[in-house]
Design a protein around this ligand. Sequence first.
Ligand SMILES: *[C@@H]1O[C@H](CO)[C@@H](O)[C@H](O)[C@H]1NC(C)=O
Length: 210
Amino acid sequence: MLEKILFLLCFSSALAQSCEPDTPDGYKVRLSIKTALGDEAYTWNDNELFLFRATLAFAMRNEMSGQAFEVANIVVCDETPRVTFWFVVTSPQNTSVLVDKGTVEEAVRKSRSRINSAFLLTDQTLEFIGIAPTLAAPISYATQPWLIVFGVVMGVVAAGIVALMVSTVIQKRRKKNEKAIIGHIEEIEKRMENGATNLSFSDDERLTVM
Ligand SMILES: *[C@@H]1O[C@H](CO)[C@@H](O)[C@H](O)[C@H]1NC(C)=O
C-alpha cells in the first residue's frame, strides 16, 4: 500500500515536473472563445479540455505514424479561467519522455484546421503561443474577398467609362454625318440653282449665236 502511494506520488511529481509554465518542451495555448463567438460562446470546462487533448493526440498520431498517442499523453497544466493553459506531449512508449517541441509544432501546424474547427475558432482566437499561424492556411481564399469587391467595382467603373466614350463617339459621328448630309443637300441645291442659271445663260448664248 505504502509502495503504491509512494509510486503515485513519484509519478505525479514527475508529471508535474514535465508540465509547468514556461517549460521548454511545452506550448502555451490561449483561447478567445467570447471574442470569436460572442453570444454563441460556449463555456470552457473539463469536457472541452478533454476534446482539446483528444484533438492533439489525433494530431500527434498523424504526425508520428505508428505511435498510438492517447489522451493521457497530452498533459495539461497551469490552467487559467480566461482560458489559457500549458501542455506537453509524452511519448506513448514511455510517459516520462517528452516529445520534442519541434515535432509537436509540426503536428499542430499540419492539423491546425482540424483543431480550429473542433473548437469553432481561428488561428487568431485559438493561439498556440510560439507557433506562427499556419502557412498552409486551411480556409484561405484563393483570392481575397476585398479583392473580388475591388475588382467588381473597378469593372463597373471601367464599363461606365467605356460606355460613355462609345456614346460620345457615336453622337459625334451622327452629328458629323448630319452635317455632311445637310452640306451635300445644300451643295446640290446650290449647284442646281447655278446649273439652272448656267443652263438658261447658255441657252441664251446659244440663241444669240444662232
Ligand atoms: C523511460 O525513460 C526514462 C528516461 O529516459 C528511462 O530512465 C526509463 O528507463 C524509460 N522507461 C522505459 C520503460 O523504457
